[in-house]
Design a binder for this molecule. Structure first.
Ligand SMILES: Cc1cc2nc3c(=O)[nH]c(=O)nc-3n(C[C@H](O)[C@H](O)[C@H](O)COP(=O)(O)OP(=O)(O)OC[C@H]3O[C@@H](n4cnc5c(N)ncnc54)[C@H](O)[C@@H]3O)c2cc1C
Length: 388
């Protein structure tokens, strides 16, 4: 069993950290306050290869694995979770769905520009009435004249207003329930397809979360992604990888919050000494560091399993249990750690002058997005009980 990162992985980690501190950190609070989507940083992310991490060079990517992917999301999110989630939704949801279930023509047409970062992607499963119960999709795609007519709306789509390419799930056979939902690729500018309301959020405010609306939106037959009726089932597989992203997102933000609290505890003096000298503060820091390390091990383990599945060439090899455990644990740890980071800052943790306040708001997404903590418990329990 090998617990250390390779030299290349350590080099990548340093490179992403330098990038995040140089290109993102100076703007974080300004973007957050203005709910400004950082379009200016997208070409730089593309140049670094961060928009095509897990895709082979043949398809415009940089051909790295999930461990490297988790490191990238973690390091970006350590500085700004908004950038982390933009990159995550683009890579592991939209582009990966097309890469994994698309035919060669679709891979060439969509994955290549997405992985090269010429285009940005989004992925729409959630609807107002279909959240945790995503199989309750109401958006409908009806067969018409060599294609499909899509009607309905999706909500909570990360990158929704800025994406060039959207992968969306729609009902194609209501009577077949979860086997009656199909995935479609829809390009920006397609008549009848438009982003709807931009959500005003608690945290991750520089990321975009929007509705996407379909009104008699016609897409040709070739825009069906994967087998008709299997879009929802395929989505569950996509979420196995997606949950590694959210685990890494939580991990990175927890690390950032912890580092800010550690720094502050050494500087802030009360009763004539640094507050880090008080055992109550030391125990908090010890718990934070321990929980972050445990979350990191679960996250990297899930990433390692994802890499093993890819290396085996067996697309059906699942790592549902481990990615769900990583997401559940890292998400909950991120919330706990950010809470303690504010506490260690005292009143200053409540102010926007210190980063603890922003981490506290941003981390909450990690117990909600890509399946709430309650749903992760259901997924894990199902996996445990079904194992012989
Ligand atoms: C910032 C942000 C970005 C997002 N990005 C995307 C995206 O890019 N694409 C996308 O498709 N979706 C996205 N989502 C949607 C997200 O995945 C959903 O919000 C999430 O799955 C929960 O659905 P819901 O909000 O409808 O909550 P609900 O399903 O209504 O849940 C409400 C509460 O009930 C609980 N609950 C529901 N069912 C059960 C059950 N069976 N047992 C126990 N408890 C239950 C939940 O855990 C939760 O506490 C995003 C959400 C956010 C906030």
């Amino acid at each position: 069993m090998e617990f250390s990162l390779t030299d290349e992985q350590q080099h990548l980690q340093r490179t992403v950290r330098e990038f995040a501190e140089g290109e993102i950190a100076p703007h974080v609070m300004e973007w957050d306050e203005a709910s400004h989507f950082p379009s200016e940083v997208i070409p730089k992310l593309a140049q670094m290869g961060f928009l095509g991490v897990i895709f082979p060079e043949k398809y415009g990517g940089v051909g790295m694995g999930y461990i490297e992917y988790a490191l990238i999301i973690e390091e970006l999110s350590r500085v700004d979770g908004s950038v982390g989630i933009i990159v995550a939704a683009h890579n592991s949801l939209c582009t990966n769905h097309i890469y994994k279930f698309g035919v060669e023509k679709q891979r060439q047409k969509y994955v290549v520009p997405l992985a090269q970062g010429q285009k940005l992607g989004c992925w729409s499963l959630t609807e107002p009435e279909a959240g945790s119960d995503a199989s309750g999709t109401r958006t409908v795609a009806a067969k018409k004249d060599g294609g499909w007519l899509i009607n309905g709306s999706k909500t909570f789509t990360t990158n929704g207003r800025y994406a060039d390419i959207c992968v969306a799930m729609a009902l194609t056979g209501a009577e077949k329930k979860s086997h009656g939902i199909s995935a479609f690729v829809i390009e920006k500018g397609t008549p009848g397809f438009r982003p709807g309301k931009k959500e005003n959020k608690l945290g991750l405010r520089a990321s975009d979360t929007s509705e996407v609306v379909f009104t008699d939106c016609f897409v040709p037959e070739e825009n069906l992604l994967g087998t008709e009726g299997e879009g929802f089932i395929n989505s569950l597989q996509i979420l196995d990888g997606g949950r590694i992203s959210i685990a890494a997102l939580g991990l990175g933000m927890a690390q950032g919050a912890y580092e800010s609290a550690l720094r502050y505890a050494k500087q802030r003096r009360q009763f004539g000494k640094p507050i880090a000298d008080f055992q109550a503060i030391q125990f908090k820091l010890a718990d934070m560091a321990t929980q972050i390390e445990a979350a990191r091990l679960l996250t990297y383990q899930a990433a390692w399993l994802a890499d093993r599945a890819i290396a085996s060439g067996d697309y059906d090899m699942r790592f549902t249990r481990e990615s769900s455990m990583a997401k559940l644990y890292a998400g909950e740890v991120a919330v706990r750690v950010a809470n303690e980071a504010v506490q260690i800052h005292g009143g200053y943790g409540f102010l926007k002058d210190y980063p603890a306040e922003k981490y506290y708001r941003d981390v909450k997404l990690c117990t909600i997005g890509e399946g709430t903590s309650e749903i992760q418990h259901l997924v894990i329990a199902r996996q445990i009980l079904s194992r012989k």
